[in-house]
Ligand binder design. Structure first.
Ligand SMILES: Cc1cc2nc3c(=O)[nH]c(=O)nc-3n(C[C@H](O)[C@H](O)[C@H](O)COP(=O)(O)O)c2cc1C
Length: 191
């Protein structure tokens, strides 16, 4: 368990692939989280059932409970996803659909790392913006970065190697942590 005052940032890769650039971006972002942040990687969305509003009631599927519990502890969320056929991977969007009625993303500061090797995946990220906005998330622009991650940029243990890209990822995590801390201050001041 992280220390009680730790700022929990949940990190999620939108790819289920073993040698995934998105997952490498997420693992690296977790490693480079600034002091005071407790990173928590969620890797369970491949096991989620297909979203069905009829099943969005108690008793909820166990995998959904786990997802919502983790997001409930998140003070911010970092995402990294590939683009499939001009949009978000279906399994990743399915996970987001399970969060909507619970308000898991509502007013949560969210950033993303676009790992497209060729500066692409623009359509997926336009869709991601739309989906996050509909879910009421707070998109932290300084925490939304694009870094080219071809296979050669990844280490054998699934991390990002180039120092200049690691610096960009660290900057995004710092921006996200700052936004989460600032949100907490505003919330405390108004309560
Ligand atoms: C079925 C499929 C469809 C894809 N469609 C697109 C696409 O529309 N646009 C794009 O930029 N890349 C597309 N790609 C490339 C992936 O986004 C790219 O390989 C990405 O690095 C995969 O992410 P990952 O390494 O995190 O698994 C597609 C890949 C697959 C397997």
């Amino acid at each position: 368990m992280p220390p009680q005052d730790a700022l929990v940032i949940v990190l999620i890769s939108g790819s289920l692939r073993a040698r995934s650039a998105s997952s490498a971006a997420i693992a690296t972002a977790a490693e480079l989280a600034p002091a005071g942040v407790a990173p928590a990687i969620y890797a369970g969305f491949g096991e989620l059932p297909h979203f069905n509003p009829d099943h969005d009631r108690d008793p909820l599927p166990e995998q959904v409970v786990r997802l919502r519990d983790l997001l409930g502890r998140a003070r911010a969320i970092m995402l990294s996803t590939p683009e499939y056929a001009g949009s978000l991977p279906g399994s990743f969007k399915n996970m987001i659909d399970w969060t909507v009625s619970a308000g898991s993303l509502y007013q949560r500061p969210v950033g993303w790392i676009n790992p497209s090797a060729h500066g692409g995946a623009q359509d997926a990220h336009a869709d991601l913006r739309t989906v996050l906005e509909r879910a009421g998330a707070t998109i932290v622009e300084e925490a939304c970065v694009a870094v080219p991650l071809p296979p050669a940029a990844l280490t054998t243990d699934g991390r990002v190697a180039p120092p200049e890209i690691r610096t960009v990822i660290a900057g995004a995590m710092t921006a996200l942590a700052r936004a989460a801390a600032a949100r907490d201050e505003t919330t405390n001041a108004s309560s």
